[in-house]
Design a protein around this ligand. Structure first.
Ligand code: UD1
Length: 328
């Protein structure tokens, strides 16, 4: 069963499983089936041997008025699903998690080694000081690849609910002897990515701007790093996860990333070139909740799932520049 089967990532996951010969039970709010509804689950789950849980409210959100909705959809939804899986004795779960559980990525200070900078201050951002500094000595730090054992630091409602989902899934696995794989997606992009909304990722925002004849607006100095991973690679990672579940009673978390980070400025340039303009502008604007760099260590997914991204940044962005967008 795939929850969120009509969504951006979920719809690609369904395609990947069906292409591999699996029969997929679809569950999606858009089709009137709510993952928080026991009656719906009791009807859908008999005969299911694995749940791939993609249904979630995503994005950064607008303000604290969003909190109840994030919690209800993501935390309550997962809790109801896990309880139903236990009732129906389904022991395997692949969970869509996110790199946002790390907060700011990993950094190294020449003097103090691996450090964890706190959120950047409005004052620093206003002055164009975008790079985080060492929390011990205030000197410059170098970003490092973020591994799964990096301490977790969810800094917004979405991140908090994604981490809660991981913890609930780990509780479920321990208590029922189930096994769970939490896939910490990095910046997923590709066909059917939801168009520009307050909840959209930057690739969709730029793509929507270009389609409307507007220049992409690159925040900060454009040198912030992300790992853009193509949605078909993410779908394949779900399939590989289903075939490589961890031992009973445990949850394993894996970064799902391309392993080839790019700056937001490079992403804007690639998309604009493929679209044929208008040229991006670097605005120096900032959002207080944003982290500076978040770059994945993809090694565990490679060793544990045999996953490595197949779609290159260049090919993926070229395709995305012309691909249809979805609605969230
Ligand atoms: C995004 C998602 C997050 C998801 C994560 C991993 C959103 C809002 N965030 O986090 O939910 O878990 O990927 O998939 O969906 N930027 C611009 N111009 C814009 C908008 C953003 O330059 O118009 C910059 C931001 O300042 C930031 C970077 O682009 O530096 C990435 O922004 P965004 O995609 O919104 O958030 P992520 O932190 O990468």
């Amino acid at each position: 069963m795939v929850t969120g089967s009509a969504g951006f990532i979920g719809s690609h996951v369904v395609e990947a499983f069906e292409t591999a010969g699996h029969r997929v039970v679809r569950l999606d709010l858009k089709d009137g089936s709510d993952v928080r509804d026991d009656t719906v689950l009791d009807r859908a789950l008999p005969g299911v041997d694995l749940v791939v849980h993609q249904a979630a409210k995503v994005g950064l959100g607008v303000n604290v008025a969003d909190l109840p909705d994030y919690t209800s959809t993501n935390v309550q939804g997962t809790a109801v699903l896990l309880a139903a899986m236990a009732r129906h004795e389904i022991g395997r779960l692949v969970l869509a998690s996110s790199m946002v559980v790390y907060g700011e990525g990993a950094y190294d200070c020449l003097e103090h080694g691996r450090v964890r900078p706190g959120p950047r201050s409005a004052q620093d951002l206003q002055r164009g000081r975008f790079e985080p500094a060492c929390p011990m000595c205030g000197e410059a730090v170098e970003h490092a690849a973020t591994g799964e054992d990096t301490p977790l630091d969810p800094r917004n409602a979405y991140a908090t609910t994604k981490l809660a989902q991981e913890h609930l899934a780990a509780n479920w696995a321990r208590e029922t002897g189930g096994s769970a794989m939490a896939l910490r997606y990095h910046n997923v992009y590709g066909p059917r990515m939801p168009r520009d909304t307050p909840y959209a990722g930057v690739a969709a925002i730029f793509r929507s701007a270009l389609a409307a004849g507007r220049a992409p607006r690159v925040f900060e100095d454009g040198r912030q790093l992300r790992d853009f991973v193509h949605v078909r690679d993410v779908a394949r990672a779900n399939l590989l996860a289903a075939e490589a579940m961890p031992g009973v009673g445990s949850l394993m978390a894996c970064n799902i990333a391309s392993g080839a980070p790019h700056t937001i400025g490079q992403m804007a340039a690639a998309l604009t070139a493929a679209h044929g303009g208008p040229q991006p502008v670097v605005t120096g604007e900032y959002r207080l909740g944003d982290v500076r760099h978040i770059v994945a260590a993809p090694d565990r997914a490679r060793a544990g799932l045999g996953f490595h991204a197949a779609v290159t940044f260049e090919d993926g962005m070229k395709e995305f520049a012309a691909a249809p967008l979805g609605i969230s």
